[in-house]
Write a protein that binds this ligand. Structure first.
Ligand code: ARG
Length: 465
């Protein structure tokens, strides 16, 4: 059958139909213009299926050779842009199969033996997603390495740590950056976990119930690099929870990126002035000549919205579907594709931008000196002198009140004034009230003391290799 005949028949099932599909329905139901991006996976899946059919004696060795030859030509046509994608042929699967049949005749028609588009599409999406996961994993690593690199140069850089967006306690800027390294490390673990469940072979489930041909599913799994085969044919063609898991991973990762972006935007604002970004990551304003805007960070923050939206879309897509395959499932692709594109591009650009952050140490340190960030240290000092913590807390509150009234930092109050709050205070208090003293005191595992932070950097570098 020529392409033309197939076009006229419109679809592979049309013998039963007495009129062609309406143009509107054709456009509404087709997916080729977005699912064609899975063409490589589709061809790989078909070749593995054909190889197994031949090994099992379901098709002849000559059929397999024809199919291989046809697919090689199709690959070349798609790569060169010569392949003609047809809306009439609905999706990537039917487009490739029709072209194969045009090229090699009956052998092409034998390819679909023991297979349905239902297990075919589930296989293609998994294969495609697995490859994308393998692209995203190193990007998460690059993101962590970029953060560790900046951290390494800033162990002794002091940042005011905030709670409620109020100055709380001084922290090492490196410690702050390493918090994000922890987040992206967990994201990496989550992605590796998702990959395990993505990497199971649906092919062999056929339409829904399995097939009467003696298929060797393990052979196909092995050819395609799957870790195993889906054990229930109904589940294999109908669930998309692997896509939901990926979208969950992506949403969490984007939320982490978004929080970092928010901080970058704040830090770069004149009111903080903690960092600067290279010009190549900023844009100007069409009206205000002085502006340099952190657009990349803002967009990354904004794009987290669409990824979380895709997760919601996919969850909603699945929730009302009875077993098994329903055409609803075709709607899984665009959100999934966009999720992959967004996470991949965002990680790539953010890692680059973070690596080039210009840290304004003095401004950070000046800000840390502003909000009585060492008040807790004074309370801890009094506890060490024997005061119960609650009393020490109260005493320091009075000291802070006095300091505010005098427009001074705690460390600027004369010893005599401090002794007025508690007689046990001696001049070793000033070591405690300094920012570096405060940092060094937090020498607990996971704390911000430079010694601890250095140990974490060593750990991360070993882990990231
Ligand atoms: N384009 C379809 C999808 O994306 C392929 C499977 C179609 N199967 C079917 N029985 N109509 O899900």
């Amino acid at each position: 059958m020529s392409d033309n005949q197939l076009d006229k028949k419109s679809q592979a099932w049309s013998a039963l139909f007495s009129e062609p599909m309406s143009e509107l329905v054709k456009r509404y139901t087709s997916s080729v213009f977005f699912d064609k991006r899975m063409w490589k996976a589709d061809i790989a899946g078909s070749l593995a299926h054909a190889d197994m059919l031949a090994a099992q004696g379901v098709i002849a060795a000559s059929d397999l050779a024809d199919i291989q030859r046809g697919m090689a030509q199709i690959t070349q046509e798609i790569e060169s842009g010569a392949f003609e994608w047809k809306l009439d042929l609905e999706d990537v699967h039917l487009n490739i199969e029709a072209r194969l049949t045009t090229l090699v005749g009956d052998s092409g028609k034998r390819l679909h033996t023991g297979r349905s588009r239902n297990d075919q599409v589930a296989t293609d999406v998994r294969l495609w997603l697995r490859d994308e996961i393998d692209t995203i994993t190193p990007l998460l690593k690059a993101m962590q390495l970029a953060l560790v690199e900046v951290a390494e140069k800033n162990v002794d850089t002091i940042l005011p740590g905030f709670t409620h967006m109020q100055v709380a306690q001084p922290v090492s800027f490196a410690h702050h950056l390493l918090a994000y390294v922890e987040m992206f490390a967990r994201d990496t673990e989550r992605l590796a976990d998702v990959r395990k469940r993505v990497n199971q072979l649906p092919l062999g489930a056929a339409a829904l119930a399995g097939t009467s041909y003696p298929l060797d599913r393990m052979r196909v799994a092995q050819t395609l690099g799957f870790d195993g085969v889906c054990q229930n044919s109904l589940d294999a063609v109908s669930d998309r929870d692997f896509a939901l898991e990926f979208a969950s991973f992506a949403s969490i990762t984007m939320v982490h990126v978004s929080r970092l972006s928010e901080e970058i935007v704040l830090w770069m604002s004149q009111n903080f002035g903690f960092i600067d970004l290279a010009d190549r990551y900023c844009t100007g304003s069409s009206i205000m000549p002085q502006k340099r805007n952190p657009d990349v960070a803002e967009l990354a923050r904004g794009k987290s919205g669409r990824v979380v939206g895709h997760l919601m879309g996919l969850l909603t897509l699945m929730k009302g579907q009875p077993l098994t395959y329903n055409k609803d499932n075709q709607e899984d692709k665009e959100p999934l594709f966009d999720t992959v594109d967004t996470v991949r591009d965002t990680l790539r650009i953010m890692a680059e931008m973070v690596a080039g952050i210009i840290v304004k140490k003095d401004a950070m340190e000046r800000a840390a000196l502003k909000g009585y960030a060492t008040a807790t240290d004074l309370a801890d000092y009094l506890v060490k002198k024997g005061l119960p913590f609650r009393d020490a807390h109260e005493t320091v509150a009075h000291a802070v009140k006095t300091a505010i009234a005098q427009g001074k930092d705690l460390s600027e109050l004369p010893l005599a004034t401090l002794q007025g709050f508690n007689a046990a205070i001696t001049d070793d208090v000033f070591g405690v009230l300094s920012l570096h003293g405060s940092l060094n005191a937090r020498n607990v595992l996971g704390g911000t003391a430079p010694a601890q932070v250095r140990a974490q950097i060593v750990r991360h570098k070993a882990r990231l290799g």
